[in-house]
Design a protein around this ligand. Sequence first.
Ligand code: ZN
Length: 318
Amino acid sequence: MMLAKLFVVMCVFWSGWVQAAEYAAVSVPMVPIKVGKHSYYVQGMAGAASSENQGYMSNAGFVVTKDSVLVFDTLGTPSLAAELVKQIRKITPLPIKRVIISHFHADHYYGLQVFKELGAESWAHKNGQGAVDSDAAAERLAQRRETLFPWVDENTRLLPADKWLDGDTDFEMGGLHFQLRFVGPAHSAEDMAMLVKEDGVLYTGDLVFRGRVPFVGDADSKAWLADLQKLVALKPRVMVAGHGAASVKPQADLKFTRDYLTFLRKTMGQAVADLVPFDEAYAHTDWSKYAKLPAFEQANRPNAYNTYLLMEKESLAQ
Ligand SMILES: [Zn+2]
């Protein structure tokens, strides 16, 4: 009798323990897409993070070297990261050794704890230091625990990188050569892109937008343009952005974002120089090249307005 009781207690204890080490499963389909001999990515769904897409609305990449695996970004929940590990395991049993975080936005690093548990070392740009301890990060976590429960819950932890990089960093891993490029402050303060040299595959994080009017927000478009030039110079064959499908014509896509920012700066800069008020300048600008693209209605006018203010600031600083 005593033994049976003990057995039951042990079982409850054991199942509880196993539960704690697991993550709520996701039902969204995740399929690795091969974009180079060693390079893969998984593509999140369109739209904002919601219970429908279970937070799967951003991309993550992974590279299988001779002796190990490198992961680029860790998706928006530990559950999604655990699913990514499962998918990687279908391709290779090699250890996941290193994780690169492109920037500390919830949809790109909430899965980090899963890779840490597997013994991976995480790297990010030093401008991201303190990002996980900020009030904004705590607020975002509380919000995600509501909207993305049970995939983000009380066991979800925001982890910093193990190693903070000072800038551009080249390294070799399992016979492959990686070039990490600091391309911030642009979309965030700490944006990092990564080229897998042998494959010509460039993972850009959220620095590049494809087939839609970019979201400029209050970004510094001058710095952003310089960063895009840096990516063009890497001459990638394939480009995997932080959202959406991979691009097989990266030069054209990089140029698209670059041309758009240049156009905004030129037209709004001229209006500022001529002392033309914003509304008038906006109405008289020929937007036909961009007017038919997705997100034009929502993004173009705010983008132009922010650029107008930025050009005013730049002209005063001269
Ligand atoms: Zn982002």
